[in-house]
Design a protein around this ligand. Structure first.
Ligand code: ADP
Ligand SMILES: Cc1ncc(COP(=O)(O)OP(=O)(O)O)c(N)n1
Length: 266
């Protein structure tokens, strides 16, 4: 008998397969954890952008929580696109009921093409009630600015943002630097003990970065389920995302998807 860590992604489906639940499941499979899904919405989406959104209703979200948690031994969960207050409420209720050991909140707000994946009202609910449940929250630079209400213009304001987001209740905070400038992409991690670590990688000059945030947060979730610490996970997570971006697969146009086959036979 083989025992495999079991995780769940609570997020939206991307019809083109590059982001959302689709990217999460490919990453989980790559990292050899077994993934369940709680679908918060469907998107008619491709690498040009998001054409249409159909959120799932709250009762159906709760029904999926009951189905998944009454059967599987879920040791880690992650959230992605949550769309509106009804979906966020359902997710908070489900998480409070089943209390997964590890929770990563990826506060997805806007897709690469500019489509809004979270309403303003829902952002407040996430800040007030979802972040206090999170072991880790993983905003990109714009999401961090929305959460704090001020702009990140330099190292100082970035460090302040890490601490201010932690004050909202998330135990650990990772601000991702993909949308920044310069030759290096720097991610900043603030841990519960107050220490800040930075993780650099070469900025890969490509538009084909659809689903980078989902892939990073699901990689981290998979390794939390395996019992690793964030300090152990982060260097490997950065190496994985760089590989998945650099070994380009030519699928679709615009912001094409990542290569989730990298290192699969290791
Ligand atoms: N062009 C790039 N080259 C290398 N790494 C990148 C690049 N863009 C994003 N990343 C990495 O991908 C992860 C997701 O970052 P980011 O793009 O900021 O998030 P999101 O997809 O949520 O907007 C981070 O670890 C970041 O460092
Ligand atoms: C259904 C769905 N969920 C999330 C996203 C955004 O994915 P993310 O990895 O944060 O970033 P992009 O690089 O794809 O914007 C999405 N597009 N669709």
């Amino acid at each position: 008998m083989i025992t495999i860590p079991q995780v769940v992604t609570i997020a939206g489906i991307d019809s083109s397969g590059g982001a959302g639940i689709n990217a999460d499941m490919k990453t989980f499979h790559n990292q050899k954890v077994c993934s369940a899904t709680i679908v918060t919405g469907l998107t008619a989406q491709n690498n040009y952008g998001v054409q249409k959104i159909l959120p799932t209703n709250k009762d159906f979200i709760l029904a999926q929580f009951d189905s998944v948690f009454s059967d599987l031994e879920i040791s880690a969960a992650k959230t992605g696109a949550l769309f509106d207050t009804a979906q966020v409420e359902g997710v908070i209720q489900g998480l409070k009921k089943y209390k997964p050991k590890h929770l990563v909140v990826d506060p997805v707000m806007v897709a690469k093409g500019g489509a809004i994946l979270l309403t303003k009202e829902a952002i407040d609910l996430i800040k007030d009630e979802l972040l206090p449940l999170a072991e880790l929250v993983t905003p990109n630079l714009e999401e961090a600015e929305v959460m704090t209400g001020y702009q990140i213009t330099d190292e100082n304001s970035l460090l302040n943002s890490l601490h201010d987001i932690q004050k909202l209740g998330a135990k650990n905070v990772l601000i991702k630097g993909g949308h920044g400038q310069g030759e290096l992409v720097r991610d900043y991690l603030l841990l519960t003990d107050g220490s800040v670590s930075t993780y650099d990688s070469k900025r890969l000059l490509t538009e084909r970065t659809h689903g980078t945030g989902d892939t990073l947060s699901s990689y981290i979730t998979a390794h939390l389920a395996m019992g690793e610490s964030l300090r152990e996970i982060m260097p490997n997570a950065k190496a994985f995302i760089s590989e998945a971006i650099s070994k380009t697969i030519m699928v679709g146009h615009g912001h094409g998807p990542l290569n989730h086959w990298v290192n699969i036979n290791d």
